[in-house]
Design a protein around this ligand. Structure first.
Ligand code: SF4
Ligand code: FE2
Length: 287
């Protein structure tokens, strides 16, 4: 719950505000870019939402905020409930963004894939009744894919609730020691129909990407879209091995993905050739 006494001076006057407990995770800026921007070390409301669409986006941001740092002077219960009902939020083709980012993963995004052979959770949101019921209604969770050690959050609770198998790389398994499926080595592997697991060491030794339907690439903290500069980005800090990271980015050039769905950082959909060009541009900038 945001605290009006901690309201940041950088907020525009008006109903919505960010307080000083913000951890600058970026979730609000992805969900409501019209209203939220980064100012200094925090997010702030730079434009008070106008009309139902902007307000609903701002309420989605309020709900996704991992630290409860977004508040309103006066809450609109019906818009708040409508925003809650939006999660999991459809991205495209049976792929959803879960919302309710967890502080345990520094506010990382998590995703859900509805699939005839069993549904997948990619990293973990907060464990919440609303999401548990939503997942139940969508057919449960068969697999929980953990991109790396930082973003496991409440995965164990979801696994227990749904009897899901947790998947993590051997090098990061200390974050989820009782995971059911351990990925070894550097070879990509078709794990299930339409789901390919690609080891991408660099940010951490055991970072993984998940490629779904040769189209959606779930990247954890390995790769994301920078909306300000309109380019792909990869970690410059918090890097376990920079050479390995560079090789892992190059490896992705052989896959035909069109979506980048990241733990931290923006998501993007580009036609395959444009995505490949964006990837080459990133590789050149890192040299
Ligand atoms: S979602 Fe919350 S913690 Fe993350 S940047 Fe926005 S206000 Fe800050
Ligand atoms: Fe990370």
């Amino acid at each position: 719950m945001a605290d009006p006494h901690k309201r940041l001076d950088t907020n525009r006057p008006g109903n919505f505000y960010v307080d000083s407990t913000c951890i600058n995770c970026d979730a609000c800026r992805q969900l409501a870019p019209i209203s939220f921007e980064e100012i200094g070390e925090y997010s702030a409301v730079v434009h008070q939402p106008v009309g139902d669409t902007e307000r609903q986006q701002a309420y989605r941001a309020l709900l996704a905020c991992p630290t409860g740092s977004i508040g309103t002077e006066q809450s609109n219960k019906s818009l708040l409930n409508a925003a809650k009902a939006d999660f999991p939020l459809l991205v495209e083709g049976g792929v959803y963004y879960c919302g309710f980012n967890s502080e345990k993963s520094f506010g990382a995004n998590s995703f859900y894939v509805q699939h005839a052979d069993g549904n997948w959770l990619i990293d973990s949101p907060r464990y919440l009744k609303h999401l548990v019921e939503a997942f139940e209604g969508m057919g449960g969770v068969a697999h929980i894919f953990l991109t790396h050690e930082d973003d496991v959050a409440d995965a164990a609770r979801y696994a227990q609730r749904f009897g899901a198998k947790r998947i993590i790389h051997r090098e990061d398994v200390h974050a989820m020691p009782d995971a059911e499926e351990i990925i070894e080595g550097l070879d990509a592997r078709l794990f299930a129909r339409e789901f390919c697991i690609i080891p991408v060491p660099g940010h951490t030794a055991g970072s993984l990407c998940l490629l779904y339907r040769d189209q959606f690439l779930f990247t954890g903290d390995h790769l994301w879209w920078d909306p300000e500069h309109r380019q792909l980005e990869s970690p410059r800090q918090l890097v376990w091995d920079a050479d390995a990271l560079h090789r892992s980015i190059e490896t992705l050039g052989q896959y035909p993905f069109e979506w980048v769905l990241a733990g931290h950082g923006g998501r993007i959909h580009l036609p395959h050739l444009q995505m490949q060009a964006a990837l080459r541009d990133l590789i050149e900038r890192r040299q």
